[in-house]
Design a protein around this ligand. Structure first.
Ligand code: XIL
Length: 369
């Protein structure tokens, strides 16, 4: 399908065309991205809105293990390749998501019986094959996603990677020749994140140019989880572990966001030289049986998009803002909330810009740096 409708107006009427998000963002030196589902790329309105508004894309599910690594010895890159191809044709960067997570893994992995050495080999093989396939094409990776626990702050979540048999034992004791021993006291009070370190090192070997991120949910504000991540990231940086940034997912599920705390958190991470990417932003609103939100909530949602964008732009190390999809027609929030919430994104079901879109664009225009 030919994308001849790439520059439709946005209800501005008359003469001059309004700036798109990507135009406003590039003037601020910021990447503006969105998660993408390959099946939708053949839909003209989806593709034209995507190409017009964003300068970065990220496969929403296409690079998760269950899609990309369906059998132990075979990979299926066809879905993610479609997205990378679209990005290439439209001058967009690609973020990769995600190499290590506890969800959306294939049964052969979760139900197989492996020793920790075999599990480590499978993980190394996966990371090097996937990162290697996209070497030079995917500029930044969420290497590890959501490894810290919600319920027990400061500890690692129980996952196939951490336990039963887990990888940690195969990486302990760690090499004692480096300067790490001074940190061991602090680290021993937590569960070891040595497996995370190994993942970053493998990814770096597969593509030394790629930026490597640790991505997390519910660590956007200063809180026990972001404190634990901060400790890990500082340790990694001090010891030269190849880690470039932290992703704050930014799935906002109520309208009482503590933007000041988010800003303080961005500041403390960027202060020691790591980049921050806002990686999965959406702002879920309560909806009625027809899926409609109240007009005043749409306005408050717009304020949150504006404030988060401004908080990012205030810190030069905050280099990307990405939304988790861009049209309410395709958003994970509906099924995730059992349809009690919705309308979380910048465009409605018919690709009309919502107040959130206008608010984000005005923040991008104002925040030039
Ligand atoms: C979600 C996708 O949007 C859905 O399509 C899928 O069914 C489940 O996963 N945090 C993450 C993302 O890091 O990978 C998740 O994506 C949303 C929460």
């Amino acid at each position: 399908m030919v994308l001849a409708v790439a520059f439709v107006g946005l209800g501005s009427g008359g003469g001059g065309r309004e700036q798109s998000l990507r135009e406003a963002a590039s003037r601020s030196g910021l990447l503006i991205g969105t998660a993408v589902r390959p099946a939708q790329l053949s839909e003209a309105s989806y593709a034209s809105t995507l190409a017009r508004e964003f300068n970065m894309v990220e496969p929403e599910d296409a690079l998760k293990w269950e899609v990309v690594h369906p059998e132990p010895q075979s990979f299926n890159f066809s879905q993610a390749d479609q997205i990378v191809d679209f990005a290439t044709r439209h001058g967009m960067k690609v973020r990769g998501h995600t190499l290590v997570w506890h969800r959306q893994n294939p049964k052969w992995l979760t139900e197989g019986k492996y020793t920790s050495e075999e599990l480590a080999q499978a993980l190394e093989h996966h990371i090097k094959a996937v990162v290697g396939h996209y070497r030079g094409q995917i500029f930044a990776w969420d290497v590890v996603n959501e490894a810290f626990d919600e319920l027990h702050p400061g500890t690692l979540r129980s996952t196939i990677w951490r336990d039963q048999p887990g990888l940690t034992s195969s990486f302990e004791p760690r090499d004692s020749s480096g300067p790490a021993s001074s940190d061991l006291g602090a680290r021993n009070s937590q569960q070891s994140y040595s497996y995370i370190e190994r993942c970053f090192r493998w990814a770096h070997e597969a593509d030394p140019q790629a930026l490597l991120f640790y991505n997390e949910a519910e660590a956007e504000t200063v809180n026990p989880k972001s404190d634990a991540i901060y400790t890990m990231v500082r340790d990694f940086r001090q010891r030269g572990v190849p880690m470039d940034g932290v992703g704050f997912q930014m799935h906002i599920a109520n309208l009482h966001t503590d933007v000041a705390s988010i800003s303080t958190n961005i500041k403390r991470f960027t202060a020691f030289g790591v980049q921050v990417h806002i990686t999965e932003m959406d702002v879920a609103l309560p909806v009625d049986a027809k899926g409609n939100a109240r007009p005043e909530d749409l306005q408050r949602q717009a304020d949150i998009y504006r404030q988060i964008a401004s908080a990012c732009l205030a810190h030069p190390g905050c280099s990307a803002i990405q939304t988790w999809g861009f049209t309410d027609k395709y958003s994970w929030i509906g099924s995730h909330s059992k349809h009690t919430q919705g309308t979380a994104l910048l465009f409605d079901h018919n690709y009309r810009a919502k107040p959130a879109y206008e608010a984000l664009r005005s923040a991008l225009k104002l925040g030039q740096r």
